[in-house]
Design a protein around this ligand. Structure first.
Ligand code: 7TS
Length: 423
């Protein structure tokens, strides 16, 4: 993959917010330069899906123009080339998470599929009726519903660790809920709706003291911070390509090799077998055992390009810039009369949820959209967390490293306008 032109490397930064050359980085993202309703786009919906740099777009286009074929099965040149590119992407994903081995990386459709895979395969092997699964009250429904469905199948029970009024996990309550029947803990690294960064290292330590494995839903963490699965000690880690500036329809499940080897397949089909007879089928080795059927090959290759892009960014400077945006936005949005910020954890990623007195969040989103400002409104697939805060919905601005203070100013101006129009 060619060098990332607009990415900021140490020594090449222009002074900016947090020492990050945001204008230069923005040049890599063509969509950021379009207009919406005649206004410059201010894309503040990055937690739902992030935009793609030209390098990712070009890599996918080049794959289809030059290398497209099915993988792992052909002896011909293109099949081997496509296989190499796809397996390169696996190696890059292993590097991104600091996995010990490439075979610990399973390509899936996204975080949702990764969690479904673990819920069904891990519990099938290890759970007995009456056993328990522990999650937290701030989970996305992708980390609630797969467990509920699996619980119906295997007769297990879902337990939920509470959060405090700031939207932080109450660790001692969490610890108390891990009992002799707990088979697995599954918690979010960064909350998609209120931005809380969970102390996942401590969570893993607490669970491991009781010999309980931990899955971490990293969908909102990988876009914002380096993640080292070996330093965290977690057993499984999941993220989605489309939230880390890569394509949709591809994501990663990391799992410790010894756990994955011991788990039954999640889906049957091609690629996941070694020998099939009508009497008995022998399964392939990991990771292929969990990758039934033709995968999203171009998506995997595009994800590899997105990982290259991240690796070429000065991620510490990018994080400082995002933190600056969050602090700046929190302060400015709070000053709009009638605003209530939902989620005031000490550790937050650049996600800001709020309500505006007397205005339905849906109307906030619609009015801001007229000014070219894209925010998300609703329950953000975290209805139980909304109930915890006594609100049906919020408006959410979620920032990536390519957002600017000027876009925050436009958001604030839009909120003042909304308030005037609607109350
Ligand atoms: N977990 C978290 C924490 C998420 O934020 C999301 C998606 C998922 C799981 C599911 O990811 P998927 O790629 O499999 O769909 N979050 C959001 C959001 O906040 N707005 O739209 C999707």
């Amino acid at each position: 993959m060619s060098a990332v032109t607009g990415a900021v490397r140490p020594g090449t930064q222009r002074a900016g917010e947090g020492g990050f050359d945001v204008e230069r980085v923005r040049k890599d993202f063509p969509i950021l330069h379009r207009e919406v309703h005649g206004k410059p786009l201010a894309y503040l919906d990055n937690a739902a899906s992030s935009q793609k740099p030209q390098q990712v777009i070009d890599t996918i286009s080049r794959f289809y123009s030059e290398s497209n074929a099915n993988i792992h099965r052909g002896v011909h040149e293109l099949s081997q080339r496509a296989t190499d590119l796809y397996e390169d992407a696996r190696r890059k994903a292993a590097g991104l998470l600091n996995a010990a081995e490439d075979r610990e990386i399973i390509f899936v459709r996204g975080t949702t599929e990764a969690i479904n895979l673990v819920a069904f395969s891990y519990l099938k092997k290890h759970a007995r009726p009456g056993d328990e699964v522990l999650i937290s009250a701030m989970e996305h429904q992708s980390n609630i519903v797969p467990w509920q469905i699996a619980c119906e199948v295997f007769g297990t029970r879902l337990r939920v660790a509470p959060v405090n009024d700031d939207g932080e996990l109450i660790l001692h309550e969490f610890e108390k809920l891990i009992g002799p029947r707990t088979k697995i803990v599954s918690v979010v690294h960064v909350s998609n709706s209120i931005g809380t960064v969970n102390p996942v290292r401590e969570i893993v330590e607490v669970a491991h003291r009781k010999q309980v494995p931990v899955l971490i839903d990293g969908a909102q963490a990988v876009p914002h911070m380096p993640v080292d699965v070996r330093a965290l000690g977690c057993d499984f880690y999941a993220f989605s390509g489309h939230k880390i500036f890569g394509p949709t329809g591809v994501g990663v499940l990391y799992g410790k090799a010894e756990l994955l080897e011991d788990m039954p397949p999640y889906q049957g089909g091609g690629e996941m077998i070694s020998v099939v007879t009508f009497q008995k089928t022998h399964y392939n080795v990991i990771p292929y055992k969990f990758e039934a059927g033709t995968p999203n090959i171009a998506g995997g290759v595009g994800l590899g390009a997105a990982i290259d892009y991240l690796n070429n960014l000065d991620r510490a400077a990018a994080r400082r810039h995002e933190d600056d945006l969050l602090a700046y936005a929190t302060e400015a949005v709070s000053r709009v009369p009638g605003v209530r910020i939902i989620g005031t954890a000490k550790e937050k990623a650049s996600i800001l949820s709020f309500t505006l007195e007397g205005v339905h969040p849906h109307d906030i989103g619609t009015i801001l959209d007229r000014d070219g400002i894209a925010v998300r409104t609703g329950h953000h697939c975290t209805q139980p967390l909304m109930q915890r805060f006594g609100v049906p919905a919020t408006a959410r601005a979620s920032f990536a490293f390519y957002n600017t203070r000027e876009e925050v100013d436009r958001l604030v101006e839009g909120l003042r306008k909304t308030k005037e129009m609607m109350t």
